[in-house]
Design a protein around this ligand. Sequence first.
Ligand SMILES: *Cc1c(COP(=O)(O)O)cnc(C)c1O
Ligand code: SF4
Length: 337
Amino acid sequence: MKVCRNSKDTALEMIANDPQMRAITERYSVAVTEEVMEVINPGDPHDPVARQYMPSVEELKTTPRELADPIGDEAHSPVKGIVHRYPDRVLLKPVHVCSVYCRFCFRREKVGPGSEALSQPELEAALDYIRTTPAIWEVIFSGGDPLVLSPRRLTMIMQELNNIPHVKVIRFHTRVPIADPTRVTPELVAALASEKAVYVVVHCNHANELSDKVRAATQLLIKAGIPLLSQSVLLRGVNDKPETLEKLFRTLVEMRIKPYYLHHPDLAPGTSHFRLPVAEGQTLVKSLQGKVSGIALPKYMLDIPGGHGKVPLMEAGYYEDEAVTDYKGRTHDYPEE
Ligand SMILES: *Cc1c(COP(=O)(O)O)cnc(C)c1O
Ligand code: SF4
């Protein structure tokens, strides 16, 4: 798809005028920011940033393996807004909106401007669940994107968590510092302050996304004493080359961001054009081992469909012959397409 530099509206208008694109936007949300448009090369039909955000007709194809809830969030939700899959940590999802909508998103049928945030009573019920479950050591804000919340609302939720003694660690998973960096203001950073350990995990898939504005946003967080980690999704046509991954991970480490996870793409509907076989991912990641500093290498992870948790694909005992064994020792089929 052709997009125009600094012209988000023009790009979205082109989408709106195309009937196939309309079919996609009726099902999945679309949004980009000015900052994302600035790092897209309009002359490159294969631009790795555009591919992450601009809808494509390939999304109209849904394969039988693709599930609406590819990682089984719903089966593990004891109360609205909470996903409790592992014993010591929960996801807290206060909002379902994002600054941008990634075309490969595993929650793509759940996120969007029509999806409501948790109401105040729902949020209180979610916080009550955390308060009354002493096994919860870590709360992971996810979404949607939790950093689209106003600093005022974030401060309020953080205060509630600060008063729960068994919660020791608070983690945010967000794309805001990468895709909407001007939202990272001193007020937003102050809202994340806590006596507890606070970590921010940014979602970034290509070094081209790491502009000067993104650097400024991430440094603001780091200077406030918040360690930054990154997660990336391995995506066909975006970062499925060893040199692309190497540049991404090196640039992140140079920015004081530790690459944490490289996710194998999930079975989200209409995303088969982004997927590659596990064996190809393993070969790619192996090619970086030893060549690249250990601190620049994330773990390559698969989130098992059906909500059985994530497993490391480079470690023995988890994946073999199109089957995957979860952390509890149960084996599940994972056929390639
Ligand atoms: C991914 C995920 C986590 C976090 O897993 P880590 O391996 O600790 O990063 C926690 N809960 C759920 C439901 C998840 O999907
Ligand atoms: S920012 Fe995260 S939750 Fe939002 S669309 Fe992208 S991957 Fe999905």
